[in-house]
Design a protein around this ligand. Structure first.
Ligand code: ADP
Length: 191
């Protein structure tokens, strides 16, 4: 493994903030691999794997899959890479996951470069998710499940903002505006 090329970016932000879209563009421009745990889990559900059958209900309810399952997924994924040049989208989502990720990255010699936080007001988030639900085919993109995901975010994921702020990694970005505007702010914040 070539440790000098390692680079880790962690996207934080509530459901519907646009993490996936921004992370994808950033990954392309910086030659990083985007790791979206939501995409990985949905792929398991779609393929009907053992894991997929196990997590389907949890996803549909807008709750979190267990930390053990997530950290095992991430461990396997990172082990398959030549260099740890990654953007995490949707992981970590709990303080326990953030802590386990720290240990894993330490083992791999891959320090965290930055943690961008995309901020969008709650009212706009539900609207965006319901709009996305018209084409995404995601069973959790309904107003009701979106509200549940928002509550889970507030309780379990928001503490990560302080976690990464305390470590000097946090970069707060206004997530309201066109995709290009937000992307411009993101690039500035990472420089
Ligand atoms: P969004 O960004 O809209 O919140 P994601 O695609 O990131 O949605 O995640 C969809 C669902 O997948 C979550 O609601 C949760 O059930 C599960 N999930 C994804 N990442 C994690 C994680 N790190 N820990 C626990 N559950 C997760």
């Amino acid at each position: 493994m070539n440790a000098e090329r390692n680079r880790v970016v962690i996207f934080l932000g509530p459901p519907g903030a646009g993490k996936g879209t921004q992370a994808e563009r950033l990954a392309r421009d910086l030659d990083l691999v985007k790791i979206s745990t939501g995409d990985i889990l949905r792929d398991h559900v779609a393929r009907g794997t053992e894991l997929g059958l196990q997590v389907k209900d949890v996803l549909d309810k807008g709750q979190l899959v267990s930390d053990d399952i997530l950290i095992a997924l991430i461990r396997d994924k990172l082990a398959s890479l030549e260099a740890v040049r990654v953007i995490f989208d949707g992981f970590p989502r709990t303080v326990a996951q953030a802590h386990d990720l720290d240990v894993l990255l330490e083992e791999l010699g891959a320090p965290i470069h930055a943690v961008p936080l995309l901020e969008v007001p709650d009212e706009e988030l539900i609207e965006r998710i319901v709009e996305r639900g018209k084409t995404s085919g995601r069973s959790d993109d309904t107003a009701e499940v979106a509200r549940q995901r928002q509550a889970v975010y507030r309780e379990q994921t928001q503490p990560l903002i302080e976690y990464y702020r305390a470590r000097g990694h946090l970069r707060v970005i206004d997530g309201v505006g066109s995709m290009d505007d937000v992307y411009g702010r993101l690039r500035n914040a990472l420089n």
